[in-house]
Design a protein around this ligand. Structure first.
Ligand code: CA
Length: 435
C-alpha cells in the first residue's frame, strides 16, 4: 500500500531556486526539520525547515498556518522539536502539507515568506531535540559477522543474533550535532601479549556509519507498541556517527557490553528527514529462507512489503594534511540501509515489547551499516581488517584507525527514477588530541 500524496509529486518545484537543482539535498519534496540560529549570534535557537540552500524559520512564520498545521507550527515555536514530535503523524503531515503548499512555485504568499528564510551558510545548529534516551542497535548482519569474527574467530555471530534485534542502552549526554569536535578518549586497554592493562589515549579510534531514528509520541510504561503501529511512532531519520574506541571496547565489553568505548561522543546530522518524506523510498524487506523467520510480534505483511528504506550512505575522511593542502575529502566507503537485518519498525516494536516506554525525541541508532559487498563497510575496523591493511589516501598518508585532526563526514540520500533526490545533509565530526 502506498501513501504517496501531493507533497511527493515529482513535478513540484519551489520558488526557492536552489531547491530545484538536481543534486540538492533539500528539494520541496524533502522538508526536513532542524534547530538553528544565525551563526555567531545570541539569538535563541529555533526550529526550521531546510529548503534549497535556505532555512525556513518556523518560529517567525507562526501566523502562516491554519488548523492542525497551526497547532503543529506552534509546537515548533521553541528551541527543540520534542513538542512537535509528541503530536504524532496527523499533525506532522498537516504541517508538511502546509509547508509544501507555501514553498512550492506559484504559492501566493511567496513574496511575504521570503523574509522568513535564512541562508544555511549563515546558520549554526543545535541538537534538534532533547534526547532523553539513546539506544544503539546492531542491525547489519554483515557488520556483526565481520566484527564478531575479529573478536571471536570461532563464534562470530552469537546464537541470538538472528532472533533478537540486538541493542544496548547508550548515552545521550555526549550526542552533538554536525561540526562536533571532541578529544580522543583516554581509557584502559590491554594488548593481547601484555600481562596487564594500561591507561592512555585510545590507539584504535573508529567511526560507525549509522542512521538515527527519532521517535514520536512515545508509549506509556507497560504498553507495547505493536509492529502494526510502529510507523506512527517514527518521526524521522538522521545520519549518525557512533564513534568507537576499539581497543577500549575489546578489553571492557564482556560481560555487559559497550561502556566507555562508545559513550564519549556521538555525532548526528542537523536535519531530520521525516518518515513521510521517505515514502517514495520504502522497499521490500526480506529474510533469507535459510535463516530463522521473525517471531510473530516482529512479523507483518506490511513490514515485508514496505518496511525497508532505500537510503544510500557514504563515509568520507578529510585529514588535517588534506585540509592544509586543499585536497579535500576522500570517500572511504558506501552503503545502503535497505540491507539491514531488521527494519526501523521491528527495532521500535522490539524495544517496547517488554513494556519499555519510549518518549518523544528518543533516539535509536541502527547500528553500523555494512552491506553484502565486501567494500561496503561502515567502520574503519572492517575497512582495514582490524588495522592490519591500512588504507592509503591521496595525500600519501595511510590510516589504520582515525588520527588526531581527522574529520569524518557522513552523508545519506535517497534516489529513485522518477523522483527528485532527497538528502540528509552532512554529519561531520573531528577528533582532536586527548585532553
Ligand atoms: Ca554503533
Amino acid at each position: 500500500m502506498t501513501r504517496l500524496n501531493e507533497t511527493h509529486d515529482p513535478e513540484l518545484k519551489s520558488w526557492v531556486d536552489a531547491a530545484n537543482a538536481a543534486q540538492c539535498d533539500f528539494p520541496v519534496q524533502n522538508l526536513p526539520f532542524g534547530v538553528f540560529r544565525r551563526k555567531g549570534s545570541d539569538e535563541p535557537y529555533r526550529c526550521g525547515v531546510a529548503i534549497g540552500d535556505r532555512i525556513f524559520d518556523l518560529a517567525a512564520a507562526q501566523t502562516e498556518f491554519e488548523g492542525d498545521a497551526a497547532v503543529a507550527a506552534a509546537a515548533c515555536a521553541g528551541s527543540t522539536l520534542n513538542a512537535f514530535m509528541a503530536l504524532g503523524p496527523g499533525h506532522w503531515s498537516a504541517l508538511r502539507l502546509a509547508l509544501s503548499r507555501a514553498l512550492r512555485e506559484g504559492a501566493p504568499q511567496a513574496a511575504r515568506l521570503r523574509s522568513h528564510l535564512v541562508p544555511q551558510a549563515q546558520a549554526e545548529h543545535a541538537l534538534p531535540a532533547v534526547i532523553g534516551d539513546f539506544t544503539d542497535f546492531y542491525a547489519s548482519v554483515y557488520h556483526a559477522t565481520t566484527v564478531g569474527r575479529m573478536f571471536r574467530p570461532d563464534n562470530p555471530l552469537m546464537p541470538n543474533y538472528k532472533w533478537v534485534p540486538i541493542a544496548y542502552h547508550g548515552r545521550s549526554s555526549s550526542i552533538r550535532v554536525s561540526g562536533h569536535r571532541f578529544a580522543r578518549p583516554m581509557g584502559q586497554t590491554k594488548a593481547p601479549e601484555a600481562a596487564e592493562p594500561a591507561f592512555g589515549p585510545s590507539k584504535r579510534l573508529d567511526y560507525e556509519l549509522e542512521l538515527g531514528i527519532f521517535t514520536g509520541p512515545g508509549n506509556e510504561a507497560g504498553r507495547r507498541v505493536p509492529l502494526a503501529e510502529a510507523e506512527s511512532h517514527v518521526f524521522g531519520l538522521c545520519v549518525l556517527n557512533d564513534w568507537s574506541a576499539r581497543d577500549i571496547q575489546a578489553w571492557e565489553y564482556q560481560p555487559l557490553g559497550p561502556f566507555l568505548a562508545k559513550n564519549f561522543a556521538t555525532t548526528i546530522s542537523p536535519w531530520i528527514v521525516t518518515l513521510e518524506a521517505l515514502e517514495p523510498f520504502r522497499c521490500e524487506w526480506t529474510r533469507d529462507a535459510s535463516d530463522p523467520q521473525p517471531l510473530p510480534y516482529l512479523e507483518s505483511p506490511d513490514n515485508r512489503g514496505r518496511g525497508a528504506l532505500d537510503v544510500q550512505l557514504e563515509v568520507c575522511l578529510e585529514t588535517a594534511k588534506a585540509r592544509a593542502m586543499g585536497m579535500g575529502e576522500t570517500r572511504l566507503s558506501r552503503g545502503n540501509f535497505r540491507h539491514a537485518y531488521w527494519t526501523a519498525f521491528q527495532m521500535l516494536a522490539h524495544h517496547t515489547s517488554n513494556g519499555c516506554n519510549l518518549q518523544p525525541g528518543d533516539l535509536l541508532g541502527t547500528g553500523t551499516q555494512s552491506g553484502p559487498d565486501a567494500k561496503d563497510v561502515g567502520s574503519i575496523l572492517e575497512l582495514t581488517a582490524g588495522g592490519k591493511s591500512p588504507v592509503t589516501l591521496p595525500t600519501g598518508e595511510t590510516r589504520s584507525f582515525i588520527e588526531d585532526g581527522d574529520t569524518v563526514i557522513m552523508r545519506a540520500w535517497c534516489e529513485r527514477p522518477g523522483y527528485p533526490r532527497i538528502g540528509f545533509g552532512e554529519c561531520a565530526g573531528t577528533v582532536v588530541p586527548a585532553a
